[in-house]
Design a protein around this ligand. Sequence first.
Ligand code: BGC
Length: 440
Amino acid sequence: MNLYTIVLSLIVALGGLLYGFDTAVISGTLNYIQPYFGLSEAGLGWTVSSLLFGSLAGVYLAGIIGQRWGRKPSMSAASLIFIVSALLSALSVNLWMFICARVLGGIAVGIVSTLAPVYIAEVAPARYRGMLVSFNQLAIVIGILIAFFTNYFLVNTGENNWRWMLSVMALPSVLLFVALFFVPESPRWLIERGFRDKAAAVLAKSLPAEAISAEISDIESSFRNKEKVSYRELFGAGGRKVLLIGLMLCIFQQITGINTIMYYAPKIFSMNGYSGDVALLQTVIIGILNLVSTLAAILVVDKAGRKPLLLVGSLGMGISLLSLSVLYHLGLQGGTGVLIAILCYISFFSLSLGPVIWVVVSEIFPNRIRSLGMSVAMIGLYVANILVTTSFPVMLTALSGETTFFIFFVICICCFFYVMKYVPETKGKSLEELEELLKK
Ligand code: BGC
């Protein structure tokens, strides 16, 4: 595989890093912002999910500006918004300022989390597309791990610790902004807009000269139908089937409960009797395992295929959640059993639903409606995430850990059967071949 494509994918995946960091950093601040802003459990749920409301707007915007301005300028705009959000949230003097800053950060999260995987899928050769798009998930989990680490290191910096935790995000945002200057626009977008020569120049860096014109005509023929890309097309006969698969996968990725752990682990651990910094240390362990299993997924996704990973993963997640529920039932929530069950759950997620959803969703849409389709699927992802994130603190106190985790277990099993019945295998096919295949 060509080094240039790898470097491009890595740079763009920095967007994923910001997504991971910005969403997870909040976990370490909870025990401090809750008293500072005087928040109830429900208020806490809403504050944590404020970012996700911004993401919804960001995802919607991504569909429009990604199509109109191109993938690259849209991501540059998002990196600027990230910088502003990091500074504003760190300097917040009241809850409204804090929420506005987080909503702003969410807009940027929505834009990059939609366009980074689209961009990577569009520049990647078919054989390695799964691996390259998974770089995005790798970056997300590295972002999460950095947030967990910096939270842990900054926890003892006094009453402004949460401000320091939040301000760290400005650094990778600046990095993304600068790095994007070295990235060309996606050749598929360029071709759609009629910039054939520019697209050829970009493709020349990753393909042998004799393959370029065939690739261009392949891409062009997928845009054959020239009328404006519209929601009608996406929801019509051509798009409906893949849209439903994309949406369901994104929703399952969230309602199987991953962010109950990613955003609330320190809270779960402190509710179970651990002190603030031990809770944050346990969270760091979760972040490390998340990274290791994601690496494993990247190595196998193009060989084993997407579907087997999704099946093994959802089953393993289900079993881990069932164990967690049983531990709560037995009154063992203060022991290491809970940590072990959570670690198993995270490993299965990172091997499957974590990276693979991004891969499949970035591949299944036809070229003409990819960024629009991605953005609708992402809206499903964020709405599902909001539901889980706002309700979790309340569920945990009102329903107990036992019932809460049991509910997530049942959802994992539903996910298993959905994947088995409806999700197509996409490994090893070019985006244009997939387009033909999924038409049937
Ligand atoms: C999900 C995030 C989650 C992360 C955890 C991503 O694929 O979209 O919601 O926090 O994985 O690793």
